[in-house]
Design a protein around this ligand. Structure first.
Ligand code: KET
Length: 533
């Protein structure tokens, strides 16, 4: 037994603490000797979380035996455990299982026990004890980000990553925009800058420029100062903070997502506790928008539902409503009193024109009603890894916007306290300087145009090969992706035989393609479609 039990003093502290807890537990007091198990559960939880099972078990056992023989019998009977005479290491597992301790419960318990208790039990578990997380299963890789991991492992010289939506140069290399490099040089040279914490809401100048970028400067909501903007961790973080805000302050409404949608939407909203529903969006026959289905579903959703909309360049379909269709959608959403939540991850990437890509959002912001906007600078400024974005909530009045901001601050303080400074400083420098801004806009147009070129080249290459099927959707779809219509099996063939990596739903990131790789991709598609591989 050497090493199983720590020093007598430590053991005494634990037992004393345990006994004190047992006495002070309100339920324990109320039903003294009556078999209340709560304080025992709390201690078993602490035991499970502090890597000192032996100490706690002995304390728990001792209490169970000495404090009340009746309690011990009850425990033994209700959990089919023998508390006396069972090896310590086996009992650890039995206790954890018997009380079904979840991680939230553990967390709460530990914080309530306080530091003194935790420091009393810091011994490493004996080598023979069962690993706490032995039953944890290996989670599957993310359907999008996992594609890059698989690609990285492939040693083929012709491998091609068309999975994640990230822009590549003609040479297939990641691209740092020239305007961004210049902004970084300006920032680096400025000795007056420091690395202090930003406020919870982020860089004020960044927030102002961000909302002005997505809403036009004379938008009534901006003029009337009724937009609360909060710097967040890119598009994903903005969506998640917005979702947490809705869960706290709009809790009974379900959120309706387009079918299909960006895969991570289905992770973000339930993670915040929102109930998730879907509305029809894509018609796989016509490879276009199912506007009738969409309108029907929005009409039949309960009034006041949240409706997630892609601001432009719908991911993964590349199918956006036409301006007149947006107008119908807007009217239905307003008539039904729904709350629109715009995901704007691709402003400038759809058409190359920032205001054209913001037209839908602007029409909603212009009608006086509420909306949420999640903005990302990952794609349009190439700041993927800087994690820079913003959540804007358009409100009915300045007073309400202020109140909402105060509530969002509480959410963020608990989650990550305040956002990072570097990416937001880059965006602020680029957007705030006339010349840099123009240079950025021209680079953005360049990226959008290169993608459009790739569409044309891929289309031509398939026509040249006489690949069966109608491929006109490659030309017609908008934004970074082609929703090719290739099925899972065909994608698997392309990966296996041609080292072409893409998501299994047939989505091709056109931004990852270059003139030199188009023929290879066309060969792969041709082989997958004709079964000629
Ligand atoms: N919304 C949409 C529609 C979207 O496609 C992405 C990213 C994001 C938000 C979030 O981007 P962020 O980097 O958090 O600003 N999409 C690409 C990358 C990813 O899946 O994370 C993608 O679809 O490949």
């Amino acid at each position: 037994m050497v090493g199983l039990y720590p020093t007598i003093e430590r053991r005494a502290i634990v037992i004393a603490a345990f006994e004190k807890e047992a006495q002070s537990s309100p339920l324990g007091k109320k039903r003294e000797g009556g078999g209340d198990l709560r304080h025992l559960q709390r201690f078993t939880a602490a035991m499970a979380a502090t890597n000192s099972s032996a100490v706690f078990l002995s304390a728990v056992d001792r209490c169970a035996a000495a404090d009340s023989p009746g309690k011990r019998t009850l425990l033994e009977r209700s959990h089919s455990v023998r508390l006396v005479g069972t090896p310590v290491t086996r009992r650890a597992a039995v206790w954890r299982k018997a009380f079904g301790l979840g991680s939230n419960f553990l967390r709460r318990t530990i914080s309530s026990l306080g530091f003194a208790m935790a420091s009393a039990v810091t011994e490493k578990p004996p080598a023979t004890s069962k690993c706490l997380w032995e039953d944890v299963e290996m989670a599957p890789e993310d359907p999008i980000l996992g594609v890059t991991l698989a690609y990285n492992k492939d040693t083929s010289a012709v491998k091609l990553n068309l999975g994640v939506g990230a822009y590549r140069t003609e040479e297939g290399k990641p691209f740092v925009l020239e305007s961004v490099r210049k902004a970084e040089a300006i920032l680096a040279a400025d000795r007056s800058r420091n690395k202090e914490y930003l406020p919870i809401t982020g860089l004020a100048a960044f927030n102002k420029l961000s909302r002005e970028l997505i809403l036009e400067n004379d938008c009534p909501a901006l003029v009337e100062n009724r937009v609360a903007t909060i710097q967040c961790l890119s598009g994903t973080g903005s969506l998640r903070v917005g979702a947490d805000f809705l869960a706290a302050h709009y809790p009974n409404a379900a959120i309706y997502l387009p079918d299909p949608t960006w895969g991570n939407h289905k992770g973000i909203f339930p993670a915040s506790g929102l109930c998730m529903k879907k509305y029809r969006y894509y018609n796989s026959q016509s490879r276009g928008l199912d506007i009738e289905g969409m309108i029907k579903d929005l009409k039949s959703a309960p009034s006041g539902s949240v409706v997630l909309l892609h601001g432009c360049a719908h991911n993964p379909t590349g199918v956006d409503p036409l301006p007149e269709q947006w107008e119908v959608i807007r009217q239905v959403i307003r008539d039904k009193g729904h709350l629109p939540f715009f995901d704007c991850a691709y402003q400038g990437f759809a058409s190359g024109d920032l205001s054209q890509d913001a037209a839908a959002v602007r029409s909603f912001a212009g009608d006086g009603g509420e909306l949420l906007i999640a903005q990302s600078f990952a794609k349009n400024m190439g700041l993927y890894g800087e994690r820079v974005g913003a959540l804007s909530v358009v409100c009915r009045s300045e007073v309400i916007a202020k109140k909402l901001e105060s509530q969002v601050k509480i959410i963020i303080r608990k989650m990550y306290s305040s956002p990072p400074i570097h990416g937001a400083s880059i965006v602020t420098t680029v957007l705030g300087d006339k010349e840099l801004r123009e240079e950025w806009m021209s680079e953005l147009r360049g990226m959008a145009n290169r993608i459009i070129q790739m569409r044309k080249q891929l289309y031509d290459a398939l026509i040249l090969r006489e690949t069966p099927g109608d491929w006109s959707h490659i030309l017609n779809q908008i934004g970074m992706f082609t929703y090719s219509g290739l099925n899972k099996e065909q994608v698997a063939v392309m990966t296996r035989d041609y080292h072409v990596y893409m998501t299994s739903n047939g989505r091709i990131s056109m931004a990852g393609l270059s003139p030199s790789t188009v023929p290879h991709l066309a060969d792969a598609i041709h082989a997958a479609v004709t079964g000629n591989n």
